[in-house]
Design a protein. Structure first.
Length: 483
């Protein structure tokens, strides 16, 4: 018993020894190595409060970074990317005084312009970038700290994202050039161009509850993002595309300008084409107005997409956005409706999920008919319901057909009398359960009609029809002809 206790104590002691000298010692060694590779010791410098470049100075003010040259808010995502890249700079070795005496400074640092400074709460650390060496990715760096000047051979330790050979990686100047490009960034690069930038710092897109839209293209309507509906409501039988509501809120939330303008510099805004009002879950309201023209004091007219936000206390700025972004202010109620015929059939709709066999009948314009089914499984396959039937369905043609039907159309609506009359012109009809789906080609559109639910979906296809129209294109005609 005593021997067992001694052995146990010895084992525990060895475990403690191993933990402290291998685990903790190993961690300490890693930290020491990391500290040794750092460009400078920032322990006593305090919080990082800014960045100084030759053309741009960034400073933290009232909890937010601003570009001092323009007094604009900084896009902190961009600033963090820059800090992340600069943070990968590590020391390969420190140059000795003898090395610095033997070679003139110009050999290491031909220019005094390639510099930047980290600005801390308790001081500033200027960093000068010198020449890159020929035999690897290293380059010379001079760092001025409160404790003195240090000249080092440094390198960018960031991971290589593109696969290259070892030789290419060793000599590749990309990382060195990236550092130099950061040094010469201008004020505009750092500007926070998000339209909802103040709101974005506190809340997410889920905070948008309701959006009211008025524009010159569509009938005014309201998007109730919170309840996933619209006002006016969708026509009876037409379902909402639920994902569209949050997608729209997210797109609005992330909307950015290509350029920021001071109202005095841009002039008077003219030709208002859209208004968008947002109500948030906290009761706050934003109003965006979109203009096509801006006329300066000298009468010069600028054409573009200019957004003015009238919400207080929003900064008095004009956001020039891209035509792509302006589409958000021209949204239509159709954008929030389900424009796939089978999805609007609810539980009766075909799913093609591979879990069950889906029987259907296909009827062509001249009366040719086939009773078929979509086979269970991950691979799309169509087979005759009657095993004695000699005609072999062409999977590729049926795959194109169903792929088309499962793609959203341009517009969904309730069928009118003219639509019901067009059923007789269908080039193809699919009967699934109690729902006949008729496909009609009319004036460069394919109309998909479901008279049971009374729903019509329009697909603009132009002169290139994406699906086969004749019966012979859906079956192997080498065996026989479909009747």
């Amino acid at each position: 018993m005593k021997k067992t206790i001694i052995l146990l104590v010895t084992a525990v002691s060895l475990g403690i020894f191993t933990y402290y000298f291998e685990e903790i010692g190993g961690r300490k060694k890693v930290e020491e190595e990391k500290h040794a590779r750092a460009l400078f010791d920032q322990t006593h410098l305090g919080e990082l409060t800014g960045l100084r470049l030759p053309q741009t100075t960034i400073k933290k003010m009232n909890g937010h970074f601003r570009v001092m040259e323009t007094q604009q808010l900084v896009d902190e995502g961009k600033l963090q990317e820059v800090f992340d890249i600069l943070g990968y700079l590590q020391v390969k070795r420190i140059l000795t005084d003898e090395e610095l005496r033997l070679v003139g400074r110009k050999e290491f640092f031909p220019s005094e312009e390639e510099k930047f400074s980290f600005v801390f709460e308790n001081g500033e650390v200027p960093v000068l970038i010198g020449n890159k060496v020929d035999h690897d990715q290293s380059f010379y760096v001079e760092v001025k700290t409160p404790s003195g000047i240090k000249t080092v051979l440094a390198y960018d330790s960031s991971p290589q994202v593109q696969p290259v050979s070892e030789e290419e990686y060793r000599l590749n100047p990309f990382k060195y050039r990236r550092i130099l490009s950061i040094i010469h960034l201008g004020p505009g690069f750092f500007h926070d161009t998000f339209l909802f930038r103040e709101w974005k710092r506190k809340y997410g897109p889920e905070s948008f509850a309701k959006v009211e839209l008025k524009n010159v293209r569509n009938v005014p309507f309201t998007v109730d993002i919170k309840n996933k509906s619209t006002i006016p409501a969708a026509p009876p039988g037409i379902m909402y595309l639920e994902s569209a509501f949050q997608d729209y809120a997210t797109s609005l939330y992330k909307m950015q300008a290509g350029q920021l303008w001071d109202p005095h510099d841009l002039g008077v805004l003219k030709d208002k084409v859209a208004t968008l009002s947002i109500t948030t879950t906290t009761g706050k309201k934003f109003m965006l107005e979109l203009f096509k023209k801006a006329q300066a004091a000298n009468k010069q007219i600028r054409i573009g997409q200019f957004v003015k936000i009238t919400t207080e206390p929003h900064e008095p700025l004009i956001f020039e956005i891209s035509p792509t972004s302006s589409k958000l202010l021209f949204a239509s109620s159709q954008d929030f409706l389900e424009k796939r015929i089978y999805k609007n059939m609810g539980t009766a709709g075909i799913t093609l999920d591979g879990n069950k066999e889906e029987p259907f009948t296909v009827i062509f314009a001249r009366g040719a008919t086939a009773n078929l089914s979509i086979v269970k499984g991950d691979d799309f396959e169509v087979k005759p319901l009657d095993s004695s039937w000699s005609m072999k369905p062409l999977n590729s043609s049926f795959a194109q057909l169903f792929s088309f039907l499962f793609t959203p159309g341009e517009r969904v609506s309730i069928m009118d009398r003219d639509d019901f009359e067009m059923i007789g012109r269908a080039f193809l009809t699919i009967k699934y359960q109690d729902h006949p789906i008729h496909l009609v080609y009319d004036d460069r559109e394919i109309l998909v009609l479901n008279p049971t639910s009374g729903i019509k979906i329009n697909y603009y296809v132009g002169n290139e029809i994406p699906i086969a129209m004749e019966a012979d294109d859906y079956f192997d005609t080498r065996v026989g002809n479909i009747k």
